[in-house]
Design a protein around this ligand. Sequence first.
Ligand SMILES: Nc1ncnc2c1ncn2[C@@H]1O[C@H](COP(=O)(O)OP(=O)(O)OP(=O)(O)O)[C@@H](O)[C@H]1O
Length: 242
Amino acid sequence: MIAKPALVLDGLEYTYDSAPMRFDLTVAPGEWLAIIGPSGAGKSTLLDIIAGFLTPERGRVTISGADMRGVPPSQRPLSFVFQENNLFAHLSAVQNVGLGISPRLRLSPAERQRAAEALQAVGLVGFEDRKPGEMSGGERQRVALARAFVRQRPLLLLDEPFAALGPALRRDMLALLRDLRRQAGTMTVLMVTHHPEDALGFADKVAFLDKGRFVTVGPTEETLSASGIAAVERYLGTRALA
Ligand SMILES: Nc1ncnc2c1ncn2[C@@H]1O[C@H](COP(=O)(O)OP(=O)(O)OP(=O)(O)O)[C@@H](O)[C@H]1O
């Protein structure tokens, strides 16, 4: 039997004030897809529709074969990591991760142990009782990733998760994400980024979004090198502005 696609976007339409954005896309299970494109292209809007924060005017989101119409964000089989503010400021690192295991703040010893192991997996041994305000931006994103992985949802949405970090740290975080995915088995990732180099070496495919439409979707290196597509080349700076 052929596995169901991890994600299908079928004629999704959403309009703010401008022309409707329209998204059609199929993502295979276990694929890591980077979504790039100019500012205002609709990248965050797209992730917000998939997560259920925005309701499309038309079309359908299907995750692992299940139609998401009417399914609230908290019930969708996915995790979401934003650029910032992923954590509850008044909770410790281990409690923030624990929320991915159970909505109760009072964790059982076994749950606390699991949350502590998740922190260990992201290199934060000794940070269990620290609050977000007592951690660096990179450390906070490690906690957010730890929580996303203990949730064990098949789809992970990342909206510029490492954008506030310097280039070396960003690479470390991408390598950490790659390792966590390997340990977790099959996890499909959609990652919005402004840095094509974040996709190279990590993402299997790149989808280029422009003015609310996918212009091209294909293997990372091929798509980023010689696309021949004016919008992509303008974005990458490999073509003079028309
Ligand atoms: N709440 C809103 N109200 C009205 N228009 C909005 C709203 N949010 C976004 N838009 C518009 O929708 C379009 C897509 O925005 P979106 O944030 O999805 O783009 P993006 O590709 O994520 O941009 P960036 O790379 O700058 O984060 C833009 O034209 C933006 O101005």
